[in-house]
Design a protein around this ligand. Structure first.
Ligand code: 13P
Length: 340
């Protein structure tokens, strides 16, 4: 892929009013989601579930790209069409998760470093042939007593940058995802401090590894109170603090920022994104790359039954539309009630 094609794909991923559906749950993670609706974690059930997601009518109106898992990129729709082709035919770009997960980090208790660099260039070349045009790698930063450490932030930033360079060389646009977890009881101020530190380290590493900023998408977490923090910051405060930190740390050359939802409720994830865009956004597009916040209601409506597919697809289409509106600051919470 030429450099102008990488730029084109990166811009298309964050096109106005559109965002990314993260459907790249590993076999273990989708198993946890299926447990919650009492569906057995078989290859056919995983295929049927993803088939339902990707055949949702009008998915391309609000979804620019879908992140797939290795198995899914090789699977087909019920009529035999490969998923990558099915998505492309609807104007949706197929992407692929290429990391092999966050693993315990040596000598850093309670922290992880994401693995998967070995053989990555070859895997990226294979994924390109299978139709993928972008990739994802998630680094995880945990906040706790005396963590994160500089060792953990440095190792994750370095791995993210090495991954991004390899992807660009192989023709895939890298989604660079440094996630500061919401787990714990820390305050929004602590999250802000750690997010700023992490993003500075990531962009420093990206520069050192010669990553072209115009050819990537950043997928950060929001600056938010931890799940068990007794004082929960208001949506307006989350939006203001997140935007302020991104303006300090993310160069304007990056075409777009697509947030992860990280365990926020569906509607809060939408509201936060909307408020940031209502505040005027920044020099980059501000959009979404949600997993749970797009799929939760759909999964619950589906419960593994073919008869529930229309209701489940309606739930996904609704969340995609709400987030599409939030990506341009045009969301209104009364639109939720009308749909319910
Ligand atoms: P969530 O939106 O559920 O956090 O998932 C996004 C994702 O891709 C995590 O890597």
């Amino acid at each position: 892929m030429s450099s102008s094609e990488l730029a084109k794909v990166a811009r298309a991923m964050v096109a106005k009013g559109k965002g990314i559906l993260a459907a790249d749950e590993s076999t273990g993670t989708i198993g946890k989601r299926f447990d919650s609706i009492a569906v057995e974690n078989t290859e056919e059930n995983r295929r049927a579930y993803r088939d339902m997601l990707f055949t949702t009518r009008g998915i391309g109106d609000y979804i620019s790209g879908v992140i797939l898992y290795d198995e899914t990129l090789r699977q087909k729709s019920a009529d035999g069409t490969p998923f990558s082709k099915l998505l492309t035919s609807q104007g949706v770009i197929p992407g692929i998760k290429v990391d092999s997960g966050a693993k315990d980090m040596a000598l850093c208790a309670g922290e992880t470093v994401t693995e998967g660099l070995d053989g990555l260039a070859k895997r990226c070349a294979d994924y390109y042939k299978l139709g993928a045009r972008f990739a994802k790698w998630r680094g995880v930063i945990t906040i706790g007593d005396a963590i994160p450490s500089a060792s953990c932030i440095g190792a994750n930033a370095h791995a993210l940058a090495r991954y991004a360079a390899i992807c660009q060389e192989q023709g895939l646009v890298p989604i660079v995802e440094p996630e500061v977890l919401m787990d714990g009881s820390h305050t929004i101020e602590r999250c802000e401090e750690v997010t700023e530190w992490t993003l500075n380290a990531v962009f420093d590493s990206l520069y050192n590894q010669r990553v072209v900023l115009e050819h990537m998408v950043l997928k950060p977490s929001m600056v938010i109170s931890a799940k068990s923090c007794p004082v929960q910051a208001s949506p307006q405060e989350v939006a203001e603090r997140t935007l302020a930190i991104l303006k300090r740390t993310v160069p304007a050359a990056v075409p777009g920022i697509a947030f992860l939802s990280g365990g926020q409720s569906d509607e809060l994830a939408t509201e936060h994104l909307d408020l940031m865009n209502k505040l005027g956004g920044g020099p980059w597009a501000l959009s979404f790359s949600y997993g749970r916040a797009l799929q939760q209601s759909c999964l619950k409506a589906w419960r593994g039954a073919a008869a529930n597919v229309p209701a489940a697809q309606a739930a996904l289409a609704h969340r995609a539309r709400m987030n599409g509106l939030a990506a341009t600051g045009q969301y209104r919470s009364d639109l939720e009630k009308k749909a319910a």
